[in-house]
Design a protein around this ligand. Sequence first.
Ligand code: APR
Length: 234
Amino acid sequence: MKIVVLTGAGISAESGVPTFRDADGLWEGHRVEEVATPEAYDMAPSTVHRFYDARRSALLMVQPNAAHHALARLEEALGDDLLVVTQNIDDLHERAGSRRVLHMHGELLSALCRACDGRVRWDSDLVDLPPCPGCGVTELRPDVVWFGEIPYGMDRISVELARADLFVSIGNSGAVYPAAGFVQQALRYGARTLELNLEPSDGTPWFHEARHGRASELVPHWVEELLGTAQSAS
Ligand code: APR
């Protein structure tokens, strides 16, 4: 059985990574347009750098939770039949042991050079404008996809959705496209669809089944259920 899992901010919430639409539409005290658009970066690069530098160093203080670990266990069992597509820019899936992870909105631990287009692993600050290790130019920006930019991996995601027997959305508001449209794409190709989220999302009507509660409880339970079924069916 081929499975595509889409994860959003809700899967990392219990690790202590704040979700986006929590406090009055503010993201750690900033409006999204102030820190997550190419226009914001052009107008005030140091504000944007400081924002992402703070989030990058905060990553060191958090750990994957039971939901990330459960998905890593599922990958151990299914191998290439599982792909995790994530909107999250943290590295908690990888730290839990997942390897087949597609970061459609980029990664905090990566920098993108605006001069040579190189992507380089980055775990320190960018605000002091360090040179690109590839070309030497001081044009490194956070390697995250901002509003108005095209997410990574869209072709591959479409192919994987077309092949999927099951599409599962975990911790997603269903409010941000293109990810919010994946459930409809999967349905068109004949996949079964399951939502695991704290509360009903904007996308709930599109799912065959929706379970509501904390990801740290719902995801391990679903994985055990699936692996139990898979074992008894073989
Ligand atoms: N368990 C499960 N779901 C949870 C939990 C939890 N413990 N805590 C919160 N949620 C749910 C919320 O109910 C909400 O539906 O996770 C969802 C998080 O929504 P958002 O914060 O909007 O995150 P997401 O859908 O991932 O946002 C998408 O928006 O700002 C951009 O690029 C950013 O990738 C991000 C995108």
